[in-house]
Design a protein around this ligand. Structure first.
Ligand code: T1G
Length: 695
């Protein structure tokens, strides 16, 4: 076994090389190794300086997150960093890859920092619901001043070596390997006779309380509902109000408080499931097919968004539309999206021109797709339309080309059956706007080959999306669960809650938007079409709200028509549409309902019960492989608050018996809608959690 920290001496410089793949996380063994290496270097008469660097792809990416929640094994990181800082010989950290969290804190304990050009640094603890707990909140502002430190620590963003140099966080950027760069820099220090330079010795700027109040207000508004970001401001402020050691103590207290919070638990869950979601036995070791050139059928909002996402990530695109006019409109739509990227500084004008000129072709002939590696159909949601398209694709596309549909609910098995290659057919369900939303449901049909599924996941990675495996059913994972909690929201309106109270309660819960505001944004005509489509399949006892139909009959389709549940006369400040209440009243009256009051808690409990119950059915039916697939879907596609970890994690943390009790109580009033999911009942009976099924 390799040692976690290797020791060697070159040119009278002791090199401590951290070797803990894949990211050199600061496990107990690495902390102990750094401590031992430091002691050895200090006692080594052959070493005049000490260089810390990381082996492999990165410097140290932070504390070992998998140790969180377990008892802390000595030595603690703050002590290790303090001992590095107290060293009597100059200590240099040579950074490459990503020096993050505790990794950067080790570097801040060192007396000098040099980075190779591509290196990035950051203090991303806030994204895990905590704060830098090994001196980062005290040392960073001593080097960079308050503003830059607050910006890094409250956002968790990674910054480039150039930016780190500009703000004073590092001392130099040097070419070469981290070892070459580090040795060259350290040799120079020794020649200059530079000695230890502890960061704690730097006097912070005078305290400006107004600055911190302003940051607290700004951060609270931006990260509504979260406790870590504002606590980060408090910790940084301590660097300006307390002596160094007292500041460290304050940081530790605030850190421990956050470590114990449920938000930390939710965020760490989110971190790990995001990495686990693509690990599926069916594609383990399966080599994906090469995809360099994709075809897109349909240049509407969805098709254009998919094409733009592909172009922005290095793929060539051929888009097929039906008419010359539609072809031109599609090209203009894609050009518009790429133009936005230029405006936001994400793309240069020449790069955009190359993409539009050389990488994108918009045509009206399927024959142009003969050499495409993968085609994504994003046409009108109608089975007959899809069948016609897939028949044509099957004729025109080369053998081995993957034929994907972006349908959001249609039966992909039925679509695949019109081709002679059902093994090559798959669902790739993007979310609108497709170049922005990170979620991709990879819908695996009955005959989809594992290689094709693996290609779906590889494509998602290429497009910087998070892919979730879903099975075929109406709505797959996300929209099927949405249909259920959306229905529960409509029922609450029929019984007496206002759409606005429901939206407010769910925003208060942590959602980015409430369900009615979301419907307005998506377009009320979408729900209307769904209700019409499903009408023949409904049971007579289904309670389908009529008020939304009445609104659509008025031509109110939400934001795009200026009116829906809200009035968008001032698009920045929507207000409740005053005419909606009368429609809801009419719907209630027709059903003989006397409205009753709902508290925010009533709303949240019922909404979450519907979501969790349907999610448990989705897992039980095998549509989602594991509860974590539901969590990732809701986090990345439906605005679920990340700090709650996802609906299944939320259910586990609240306790499954409590969720089941709510569902059973609702079933007393409405036995037609509420049926406890067998999986949930089973887990409660066994005293088990959803997480126990995550593997
Ligand atoms: N601890 C444990 N495992 C980690 C890890 C970590 N810090 N970082 C990554 N991994 C695992 C990850 O689960 C995956 O495992 C593999 O490494 C590759 O990761 C005291 C308290 C470094 C930018 O928040 O941002 O320091 O799936 O797939 O895309 O103040 O990982 O292969 O089994 O993400 O190249 C602060 C978190 C900790 C950094 C690399 N640090 N990591 O991205 O690979 S808190 C972080 C990342 C702290 C101190 C505090 C990224 C990355 P597996 P990957 P990548």
């Amino acid at each position: 076994m390799t040692e976690p920290v290797a020791y060697s001496v070159t040119d009278r410089i002791a090199v401590l090389r951290v070797q803990n793949p894949p990211v050199n996380a600061l496990s107990q063994a690495v902390r102990a190794g750094l401590d031992a290496g430091l002691a050895r270097a200090l006692a080594d008469d052959g070493a005049d300086a000490i260089l810390i660097l990381g082996d492999g792809r990165t410097f140290i990416a932070g504390a070992d997150i998998s140790e969180f929640g377990k008892p802390l094994a000595a030595p603690g990181l703050p002590d290790v960093v303090n001992r590095i800082e107290a060293a009597g010989k100059p200590v240099v950290a040579a950074l490459h890859g990503t020096a993050l969290g505790g990794g950067l804190e080790v570097a801040l304990g060192a007396h000098y920092r040099v980075a190779v050009p591509g290196a990035k640094v950051g203090l991303p603890e806030v994204l895990l619901g905590i704060l830098p707990g090994a001196g980062g909140t005290q040392r960073t502002p001593r080097l960079t001043g308050a503003e830059a430190a607050l910006d890094m620590i409250t956002t968790g963003k990674h910054i480039s070596a150039t930016e780190a140099l500009r703000i004073g966080l590092i001392d130099a950027i040097e070419d070469g390997s981290p070892e070459e760069a580090g040795l060259r820099f350290t040799r120079r220090l020794l020649v200059e006779g530079a000695g230890p330079r502890p960061t704690r010795g730097i006097a912070p700027a005078p305290h400006d309380p107004a600055l911190f109040d302003a940051w607290r207000a700004k951060v609270a508004a931006k990260t509504r509902g979260q406790i870590a970001p504002v606590t980060c401001v408090d910790a940084v402020e301590a660097a300006f109000t307390l002596p160094f050691d007292a500041g460290l103590k304050r940081e530790r207290e605030l850190f421990s408080g956050l470590m114990a919070s449920p938000q930390r638990e939710g965020l760490i869950h989110a971190f790990f499931i995001e990495r686990k979601v693509g690990k599926l036995p069916e594609i383990a070791g399966v080599t994906p097919r090469d995809v360099a050139w994709i075809g897109v059928i349909g240049g509407g909002t969805m098709g254009a968004g998919i094409a733009a996402a592909a172009l922005l990530n290095g793929l060539s695109v051929t888009l097929v539309e039906q008419t010359e006019a539609a072809r031109g409109a599609a090209h203009a739509r894609i050009a518009g999206i790429l133009g936005d990227s230029v405006a936001r500084g994400k793309l240069t004008e020449p790069a955009r021109d190359t993409l539009l000129g050389d990488r994108l072709t918009c045509v009206t002939e399927y024959a142009a797709l003969a050499d495409a590696d993968l085609v994504i159909e994003a046409a009108f949601e109608d089975m007959a339309v899809k069948k016609t398209i897939f028949t044509a694709l099957d004729q025109h596309c080369k053998p081995g080309a993957i034929l994907a549909t972006n349908t959001s609910y249609l039966d992909i098995n039925e679509i695949a059956a019109v081709t002679a290659r059902p093994g090559d057919v798959i669902g790739l369900h993007f979310f609108s706007p497709a170049h922005v939303m990170r979620l991709l449901e990879v819908v695996v049909a009955e005959h989809t080959a594992p290689e094709v599924t693996a290609t779906g996941f590889a494509l998602a990675k290429r497009l910087k999306k998070v892919a979730v495996r879903a099975g075929v059913c109406d709505g797959f994972i996300g929209n099927r669960i949405l249909a259920s909690y959306r229905m529960a929201a409509d029922h609450m309106v029929l019984e007496g809650a206002t759409p606005y109270a429901i939206d407010a309660a769910m925003v208060d819960f942590g959602f980015a938007m409430g369900p009615f505001a979301v419907s307005d944004l998506a377009g009320l005509d979408i729900g209307w079409a769904t209700r019409k489509r499903l009408a023949p399949l409904r049971h007579p006892n289904d309670r389908i709200a009529k008020f939304a139909d009445m609104m659509c009959e008025e031509g109110w389709f939400g934001r795009k028509t200026g009116r829906g549940f809200y009035d968008y006369t001032d698009p920045k400040r929507p207000v409740p549409n005053p005419q909606v209440a009368a429609m809801i009243d009419a719907d209630r009256a027709a059903r003989g309902i006397t409205p009753r009051a709902f508290t925010a808690e009533d709303i949240q409990r019922r909404y979450m019960a519907a979501m969790i119950n349907e999610a448990a059915k989705v897992v039980g039916d095998g549509i989602a492989a594991r509860p974590l697939d539901v969590d990732v879907t809701l986090l990345y596609g439906y605005g679920f608050p990340r700090w709650r970890g996802g609906p299944m994690k939320y259910a586990d943390m609240r306790g499954l018996p409590s969720i089941l009790a709510d569902i059973e109580a609702f079933a007393q009033d409405d036995p037609h809608f509420w049926h406890p999911a067998p999986l949930l009942t089973d887990l409660v009976a066994r005293g088990a959690s959803f997480d126990s099924l995550n593997g």
